[in-house]
Design a protein around this ligand. Structure first.
Ligand SMILES: *Cc1c(COP(=O)(O)O)cnc(C)c1O
Length: 454
């Protein structure tokens, strides 16, 4: 089944509808899945993939689907990117595992060097490699606690940090991420986020980033006390929360507060990092230099790899054996990361993310002019979203988001729904998508809106 399917840049770059989506073969697989796979794992679009590359996912029925999701911000360099595949294949033939904690290897060190060089700030840094974004966030908290000898961790409304016990506690949204899964880890405190669309509407005026930060800082001072806070952990652009870009000045004000109070400032760049926003890291758009940066999704071109990178004096606080894990920095995953990093640095992907953003913004503005239900459009580079509301209010409209995403799926376009209120459509295509496919995807979305809104 699908043996020898070839994806990567050679996959024909055209939307093709062969059958209903999901087609008969995908439906067969879905029936098997229902008996074999835990139902707690969902899938946005039950079209089973056999190959992917460029801006296309090819399914088991021969449908070719335009990919506006990148496996949730992972295949930023394109699926089966040539540089990733070449390095990973070579590594698989050499050795598959030693455990870095038993016998080290050069490629792990090379990835650490690259992350130390690429993350914001030119201070001395160190990196630890892990397997998932959640694991990176957990480790950032461990490191911050040891370094500061404090316990409290500050997170924000609409935050998403993962599905492990600590990161569930740090995540904002109850259903489906937390409900029933407690008790959660303690010493996690939630501060108000800067959410310009909803903040401005509630205040009846523009709320500055500085004012939004003052609101968060006041809560931290009153409810915890700055000198008990180990870390402030924030996504510079929130991912699952709905691609919320905080008001300008919010992140710098928080970073300054952290610095003034000996708090470790952690940027969770798991979703926004690696060229997605048109900069290597989203923190750069406001010139902030986090103490620690967590990365994962875009890091290894689709292989599981994550990292915490940060100031040497903070990272050096944890003694040998305190960090690690059997598979952390797996040889094939680090080889893939070296390929992906080579692509980010040599293939014009930062510029491409900006161009993709321009196309999306142009198409979204045209849509917005027709449909006031598109309450807000926001994002940076190839990380763009629209928030859908009821006509003449800012009440969330998750039904419309679902209707448009369903129309898109039926017409071979994958678009992901997200946001605290389930009313955000997010656009995060692989940076290898062509202009033509992107425009075609928006033609389909345009029809979806016309159909849903009549
Ligand atoms: C996805 C995500 C995580 C969790 O990453 P996993 O690899 O799924 O554990 C953490 N933080 C952010 C911002 C994310 O988007």
């Amino acid at each position: 089944m699908a043996h020898g399917a070839v994806g990567g840049p050679g996959l024909p770059q055209e939307r093709t509808i062969n059958t209903a989506i999901p087609g008969p073969r995908s439906q067969e697989l879905e029936a098997r899945r229902r008996k074999a796979v835990a139902p707690g794992v969902g899938s946005s679009m039950p079209a089973y993939v056999v190959a992917a590359g460029g801006g296309i996912l090819e399914d088991a029925d021969g449908n070719r689907i335009i990919d506006l999701g990148s496996g949730i911000a992972v295949t930023t360099v394109g699926n089966s990117n040539e540089r990733v595949v070449a390095r990973a294949q070579e590594q698989l033939a050499a050795f598959t595992h030693t455990c870095f904690m038993v016998n080290p290897y050069e490629s792990y060190v090379e990835v650490a060097e690259a992350l130390n060089r690429l993350t914001p700030g030119d201070h001395e840094k160190r990196t630890v490699l892990l397997n998932s974004g959640a694991e990176a966030v957990e480790n950032a908290v461990k490191i911050a606690r040891v370094h500061t000898k404090r316990n409290a961790v500050v997170v924000f409304d609409h935050a998403y940090h993962g599905r492990t016990n600590l990161t569930m506690a740090m995540t904002s949204k109850a259903a489906p991420y937390k409900k029933g899964f407690g008790p959660f880890a303690g010493e996690v405190y939630r501060a108000p986020m800067s959410y310009p669309y909803r903040d401005d509407a509630a205040a009846g005026t523009k709320v500055s980033g500085e004012d939004a930060a003052a609101r968060a800082i006041s809560m931290i001072d009153k409810q915890i006390g700055a000198d008990d806070v180990a870390a402030i952990v924030i996504e510079p652009i929130q991912g699952e929360g709905g691609f919320i870009v905080p008001a300008e000045g919010f992140l710098p004000a928080l970073a300054d507060y952290a610095k003034a109070n000996g708090i470790v400032f952690v940027a969770d760049e798991v979703q926004a990092g690696f060229a997605r926003t048109g900069a290597m890291f989203a923190s750069e758009h406001e010139g902030i230099v986090p103490d620690l940066v967590t990365t994962a999704k875009g890091l290894a071109g689709g292989l599981p790899l994550a990292a915490v990178t940060g100031r040497a004096e903070i990272m050096d606080s944890v003694g040998a054996g305190g960090l690690g894990g059997t598979y952390g920095g797996n040889p094939t995953a680090v080889a893939a990361a070296l390929g992906a990093i080579e692509a980010y640095e040599n293939d014009g992907l930062l510029e491409r993310a900006v161009e993709i953003g321009e196309i999306i913004v142009r198409r979204v503005e045209a849509l917005q002019a027709k449909h006031p239900e598109i309450g807000h459009a926001r994002g940076r580079g190839a990380m763009q979203a629209i928030e859908l509301v009821q006509r003449d209010s800012i009440d969330p409209n998750p039904e419309l988001a679902k209707a448009v995403a369903d129309h898109a799926a039926a017409n071979a376009v994958l678009v992901l729904v997200t946001g605290t209120f389930g009313n955000v459509l997010r656009f995060l295509p692989p940076l290898t998508i062509s202009d033509a496919l992107l425009e075609e995807a928006f033609d389909v979305l345009e029809k979806g809106f016309a159909q849903a809104l009549g």
